[in-house]
Design a protein. Sequence first.
Lengths: 114, 116
Amino acid sequence: AQKVTQAQTEISVVEKEDVTLDCVYETRDTTYYLFWYKQPPSGELVFLIRRNSFDEQNEISGRYSWNFQKSTSSFNFTITASQVVDSAVYFCALSDQAGTALIFGKGTTLSVSS
Amino acid sequence: ETGVTQTPRHLVMGMTNKKSLKCEQHLGHNAMYWYKQSAKKPLELMFVYNFKEQTENNSVPSRFSPECPNSSHLFLHLHTLQPEDSALYLCASSQNRDSGRIYEQYFGPGTRLTVT
């Protein structure tokens, strides 16, 4: 069975701190896809990144970076120099090769104070 | 125009009412999805449409009835709902799934439904 675990329910940081959101997944598929989404208070989920299981290169996009490690089944997300606008719920999700559905974690609520 | 729109944004209905949620995507996608987001629970996939054909019904009660008249529009018809159906209902769309490639889903802002 597929499963996504985001063990951190809530994280609070002060602006300019770096913060890492953890994501651990379980799947028996050899081909799968991992995603991160951001859900600000407005409610709309915003797509951040997609990574397939054959691409273990880490990725950096501005203040965001992602660390994918198949050996530990983890796909962690780091925000560098956090800002108040980063406050949101962040979801990690997993899709199998068929792409039938996205399996979401329960989300991590990030609060950044000034 | 924003990619995926949903109306209404908020809806309060009694258990005997019939209402419909509407979703429209302007991204040229061919797959559309309904999700339910309840407090303290992960997002739950409800229905999937690919090229207007329903390909997934994730054990959803019959009081929820989806309709996809074309690849740009998706409806969720509601009748005789229960208070536990109160939740945020999110619509999403993606490019159709072709072999070997899965595309990310783009979400609308959701409809906040309260059943009284």
